[in-house]
Design a protein around this ligand. Structure first.
Ligand SMILES: Cc1cc2nc3c(=O)[nH]c(=O)nc-3n(C[C@H](O)[C@H](O)[C@H](O)COP(=O)(O)OP(=O)(O)OC[C@H]3O[C@@H](n4cnc5c(N)ncnc54)[C@H](O)[C@@H]3O)c2cc1C
Length: 398
């Protein structure tokens, strides 16, 4: 904790003005130290890192990133497909469609400029039965409306010539889709942020906050000290930070954490839903069967069990979808998520994959890893766009 206090002091060296400190009597009687800060970003995943970089590089702010794990990018940001999406699937004119297309263009530019390992390998969305072709046409129109470049419909024969192991009747070719080494991306942006004075403070967890007047007080505890906490007995944080700006980029637990911010209007915080997706890798193959990303027609609000490749060409299949119903807010903040991939899930993967890869051999799928998506809508509730809450929304209770 001494280290955290020193890091905070270092990060506020350029603060122009000092907000007034109103002492919260419980904390003062408990002797909890308080420190001023300019911007605090909660969470060092790909989002928190990018925000910290932007705030320090382009806005000249002093940024302190509080991360509960011992390093950056250990959450969802290292448990995904590492695909750079073209931007096809989102409803036209939605914010997600707009940002996916624009973000993809900017991401390729960034990768080139900073030598981030990536490959624009392209993707085939495949109809394995004639009845699926209208859905493929729908996706092509949607992608065109969203401004996705270079989309082209292929006859099955052309797609199968491109990918000899593939079975399909028609395919939609998306040349702008690709793959990226997401760890290198995060490393690069962390380095840029640090060179602008951002401080990354690991092994510390934001456990809540309260308001005194307009001043937010962030409650921080060492992650280690929370491990054996029963979640019931009252415990004081190790330090309270008084920042001018807080960015909650805590990923899976961001909504749960917001609910621990006393004074925040509960009505503006989205409900939390979690869905786990597992991956299986291919054993007993030395030559990868595919060279491009292969996706089935989306179903049940997911992109379907697809083929992704890493930058070495190794193939994996996934993710599937399993809704998790037993995660309460405290477990979420303590990062108590189960990432186990049970081998018996493979039996549901085989028929899904064989629709487009019929020669997949029995016994060739090996458990890989799992990732969990934080969602703001539950099963069957359809698409929900990004939510932007501005000054017209009553964020603070009064
Ligand atoms: C199975 C799966 C496949 C996906 N595939 C793709 C894909 O191919 N392409 C794509 O673009 N996206 C994909 N995604 C989505 C992508 O991975 C996420 O959008 C992205 O990683 C989210 O990053 P984040 O920074 O918001 O969250 P995270 O990476 O989870 O970062 C949040 C950080 O906050 C920290 N934290 C949490 N609580 C606290 C606290 N209280 N105090 C301090 N720190 C805290 C965590 O330790 C973590 O490091 C996929 C997601 C999943 C689950």
């Amino acid at each position: 904790m001494m280290k955290l206090k020193k890091l905070v002091r270092d990060s506020i060296r350029n603060l122009a003005e000092t907000p007034s400190i109103i002492v919260w009597k419980n904390f003062s009687s408990a002797g909890v130290p308080k420190e001023m800060a300019d911007c605090v970003v909660i969470g060092a995943g790909v989002v928190g890192i990018a925000v910290a970089r932007e705030l320090s590089l382009n806005f000249g702010r002093n940024v302190l990133v509080i991360e509960s794990a011992s390093s950056f990018g250990t959450g969802t940001s290292s448990r995904n497909s590492q695909v750079i999406h073209g931007g096809i699937y989102y409803p036209a004119k939605s914010l997600k469609a707009y940002f996916c297309v624009r973000g993809r263009r900017l991401l390729y530019e960034y990768c080139k400029k900073h030598a981030i390992p990536h490959k624009q390998i392209g993707k085939l969305i495949v109809a394995s039965r004639h009845e699926e072709v209208p859905k493929l046409n729908y996706l092509m129109n949607l992608g065109n409306e969203n401004g996705v470049e270079g989309l082209r419909m292929m006859e099955g024969s052309e797609a199968m010539a491109l990918e000899p192991e593939l079975q399909c009747v028609r395919a939609l070719w998306s040349p702008t889709s690709g793959i990226i080494d997401s760890h290198s991306l995060m490393l690069s942006q962390t380095g840029e942020a640090e060179s602008q004075g951002t401080t990354f403070c690991y092994n510390n967890t934001v456990v809540g906050a309260h308001l005194e007047g307009q001043q937010i007080h962030l409650h921080i505890s060492e992650t280690e000290s929370l491990r054996n906490w029963d979640c019931k007995s009252q415990r004081y944080p190790d330090v309270v930070l008084l920042p001018k700006l807080v960015v909650n980029a805590a990923g899976l637990s961001s909504a749960a954490l917001a609910r621990c911010f006393s004074g925040l209007n509960r009505g503006v915080i989205p409900q939390s839903y979690y869905s786990r997706g597992c991956y299986f890798s291919l054993s007993n193959t030395t030559v990868p069967p595919f060279r491009h990303l292969i996706y089935p027609i989306p179903e049940d609000g997911t992109l379907g069990v697809h083929v992704t490749l890493d930058l070495d060409g190794q193939v994996k299949f996934g993710p599937d979808i399993e809704w998790l119903n037993d995660i309460d807010d405290i477990s979420s903040i303590q990062n108590k998520f189960d990432y186990t991939v049970h081998a018996d899930r493979a039996k549901e993967f085989y028929p899904k994959i064989r629709k487009y890869y019929p020669s997949l051999k029995d016994g060739s799928l090996q458990p890989g890893y799992a990732g969990i998506r934080p969602r703001v809508s539950g099963p069957g509730n359809g698409f929900v766009d990004f939510i932007i809450q501005n000054k017209t929304v009553r964020i603070v209770e009064n």
